[in-house]
Design a protein around this ligand. Structure first.
Ligand code: ZN
Length: 174
């Protein structure tokens, strides 16, 4: 549970909207904790099955790596765009694939274009992806960790046109 409380009290996480809706946020957090307690049969299992990645008006992810414990049944990634530029000019997404497939999914995503959020729905190498976000926006995706095989290497990439050569990161399976 320590991880949850640390995350919740992190000033970087406490955005303006969370201040104005702090009671809603607290209720949500409380419900989330109760859900974890009930899922774990009453034991307070310290398991952080989620990660937040920030991006801005530069071509980068912060952080550019994510640890995913395979003890998590599902994992949630939230991509936040803290910049100012609209998504037509500086859109970002988060696309999960095998490290060796990143270039391929970036290519099919770019061809799919903005209408398809830069992800080709027929490309089964894409294991999970968020929507495209512009400045001030965020998008989350929750996926089944059963898709990830220990020993395989995975990564993530932004498939917005032109971003994939530099905007990518690595997954560490724990
Ligand atoms: Zn991008």
């Amino acid at each position: 549970m320590v991880g949850l409380f640390e995350r919740a009290s992190d000033p970087k996480q406490a955005t303006d909207s969370m201040h104005t809706h702090s009671s809603t946020f607290k209720r949500f957090r409380h419900a989330f904790i109760v859900m974890i307690l009930s899922l774990s049969g009453g034991f307070a299992v310290a398991q952080d099955c989620a990660a937040t990645i920030e991006s801005d008006d530069a071509l980068r992810y912060d952080p550019n790596n994510i640890e995913i414990p395979l003890t998590c049944k599902t994992f949630t990634v939230t991509l936040k765009h803290t910049g100012r530029l609209p998504k037509l000019a500086m859109g970002h997404n988060w696309v999960l694939a095998k490290l060796s497939d990143l270039d391929g999914v970036a290519r099919t995503g770019m061809l799919a274009g903005a209408d398809k959020a830069y992800v080709d729905p027929k490309d089964h190498r894409v294991l999970a992806h968020t929507g495209v976000v512009g400045g001030g926006e965020s998008s989350s995706v929750t996926f089944d960790t059963a898709k990830l095989v220990r020993g395989e290497r995975y990564g993530f990439v932004c498939t917005f046109a032109g971003h994939s050569p530099v905007m990518r990161g690595e997954i560490v399976l724990k």
